[in-house]
Design a protein around this ligand. Structure first.
Ligand code: NI
Length: 167
């Protein structure tokens, strides 16, 4: 397994729409395993393939504290959503930035697993928020795009400064 480099906002490649996965094969399973390792090492609770510059509809999520609930969603589709909640979100592509975002409180999604089998999942709370955040990445959307343009500008200059310091 390998750690993958994570694209940082506002890298334009983060605004790419991911294509559906056509075949769930060993190469895709290897990518999913590398993404999970990268997510745990970061550490984070979700990672979309978009963030590692692979523009396929694949996300990994684990909202547990002990890394015991790894979920892989391939070609996820939102079937239903309900309620509304506001929570503070962060993103591995936007390091050090946490902002409140409003999302559906519950979602029902359909996806393929690592064997290519279709399944449905009902999620609420943190898991529901995380699924919506990662599905946004597959559409080329980063959570800061829900914020005011003033805030987005501040975040861009903060990250540009960080990049200069670490470069
Ligand atoms: Ni993110």
């Amino acid at each position: 397994m390998a750690l993958l480099p994570i694209l940082r906002y506002p890298d334009p490649r983060l605004f790419t729409r991911a294509a559906p996965v056509v075949q769930v094969n060993d190469a895709l399973r290897r990518l999913a395993a590398d993404m999970a390792e990268t997510m745990y090492a970061a550490p984070g609770i979700g990672l979309a393939a978009t963030q590692v510059n692979v523009h396929k509809q694949l996300i990994v999520i684990d909202v547990s504290e002990d890394h015991s609930q790894l979920m892989t969603l391939i070609n996820p589709e939102l079937l239903d959503r309900g309620g509304q909640c506001e929570s503070e979100e962060g993103c591995l592509s936007v390091p050090g930035v946490y902002e409140k975002v409003s999302r559906a409180e519950r979602v029902r999604v359909r996806a393929l697993d690592l064997e290519g089998r279709s399944f449905e999942l009902d999620a609420e709370g943190l898991l529901a928020v995380c699924i919506q955040h990662e599905m946004d990445h597959l559409q080329g959307k980063v959570f800061v795009q829900y914020l005011s343009s003033l805030k987005q500008g501040r975040i861009r200059s903060k990250l540009a400064k960080q990049a200069r310091i670490t470069a």
